[in-house]
Design a protein around this ligand. Sequence first.
Ligand SMILES: [Zn+2]
Length: 142
Amino acid sequence: MTPYKAIDIIITNTDAITAFKRKALKSPKFEILGVLIGRVKGKIYIDDIVYPEQEAVNGPGDLCKIHYWPEELQAIPGAIGTIHSHPSAEPGLSKEDMTSQATDGDVVFAIYSFWTKKDSVRRSTSLDFYCGSPEVIVSTGT
Ligand SMILES: [Zn+2]
């Protein structure tokens, strides 16, 4: 059994999160990636999101994923992790997400999922934060 630890994530800049969500919703076919700028002091503080250079590549189906350079992300001052969108997907991690977290050295990463259930016109959204090694991933949904 995996022991679950609670993680406290404090968002000091909700405007940055709102802006990310808007950007993601405007891009239903492409994943959007941002870098979380913040601090880890007992809790995880998220102070801003910046957008590094990225390019879209074709993923499975007609979905486009993103290509980026981990070294570039790590060189951003205050970078503690990443946030990306999952268009047309329910909350969850892809196989790539599990491995990229380790190679990118993320302290925390967030996934903003949005999808429309069958027989529904309403769009559902979920912003989930994950942290820990791939074996001990802890999620806090918001
Ligand atoms: Zn993903």
